[in-house]
Write a protein that binds this ligand. Structure first.
Ligand code: MF3
Ligand code: CO
Ligand code: CO
Length: 271
């Protein structure tokens, strides 16, 4: 599994990139909003002592109670509804008995399926008081995503997104993880194109109205290398440095970008 994930991130797909119409935008708005509402509901529970498996249970029940499905549950055998990645865990942390502790940097990643459409979304939190280095990592990751999203408009290319993220993150003396990437989505969870969070401007796929994909940079305080633990999922930094991530699902519009996973409660920006 670790190898296949790494290969996913590095293989250029030849698959067609789907272009969606108004019906697709409507579907993605509903899926994206539910994913954001799910994390809005979890947000006040992210505190010292919270058990990650309990946060996952609450997310799963929230999703099912709203007539949706948790896309991650049993996806390629994944055992939970959410990924909860703490400190040096880069992504795909599996919820379990671990309690959140003051000072942790945590990401919760949730994907919902509403009427067949996928809303994929993740946020970062500092648990209680966190170190200045941890806060800086969160700020750089948030701004990295913002700069990637700002590069999206018809006529731009996927490489412009990666370049915007990487140039900012490295200027801040952090590193971008290259083994995992964003992805097309819609009725399919992980589709073409790959959205690399690094790269050269004016390279890659041309962005066109109706394309749907995620942008979900993983940023490390130390080196970019990762490894996947024996559970086949949990990706960690090789140098044990802190890692952070946040993710939006978006659509390319006639004039720019529409973010489907904006928080109705205004809770996306980490405080
Ligand atoms: N939500 C993750 C993403 O951003 C995918 C997690 S797949 C899982 O693409 F199986 F690990 F849940
Ligand atoms: Co994703
Ligand atoms: Co996700």
């Amino acid at each position: 599994m670790s190898n296949s994930l790494v290969v996913d991130a590095e293989t250029t797909r030849t698959g067609e990139i789907k272009l969606h119409g108004p019906e697709g935008f409507e579907g993605m708005r509903r899926a994206g909003r539910l994913a954001a509402e799910c994390l809005d509901a979890l947000s006040p529970l992210v505190a010292p002592g919270a058990v990650t498996d309990e946060l996952d249970r609450i997310a799963r029940e929230f999703i099912l109670d709203h007539g949706a499905l948790p896309a991650c549950l049993l996806y390629r055998g994944y055992p939970k509804a959410t990924c909860i990645s703490i400190n040096h865990v880069v992504c795909h942390g599996i919820p379990g008995p671990r309690q959140l502790r003051e000072g942790d940097v945590v990401n919760i990643d949730v994907t919902v399926i509403v009427d067949g459409w996928h809303g994929d979304h993740s946020r970062m939190w500092g648990v209680g008081a966190i170190s200045p280095r941890a806060q800086r990592l969160i700020d750089v990751t948030y701004e990295g995503l913002a700069r990637g999203l700002a590069a999206i408009r018809p006529g731009a290319r996927t490489g412009d997104i990666g370049h915007a993220i990487q140039s900012f993150v490295e200027q801040q003396r952090c590193s971008v993880v290259t083994d995992f990437c964003g992805h097309g989505l819609g009725r399919v969870f992980h589709d073409a194109p790959n959205i690399l969070h690094f790269g050269k401007a004016d390279t890659g796929e041309l962005l066109r109205p109706g394309m749907f994909f995620t942008v979900e940079p993983m940023v490390n305080l130390g080196r970019p290398q990762v490894k996947v633990l024996a559970d086949g999922w949990t990706a960690v930094t090789r140098d044990k440095s802190l890692s952070a991530q946040c993710e939006h699902s978006v659509g390319v519009t006639e004039t720019g970008v529409e973010i489907f996973t904006e928080s109705p409660a205004g809770l996306f920006k980490p405080t």
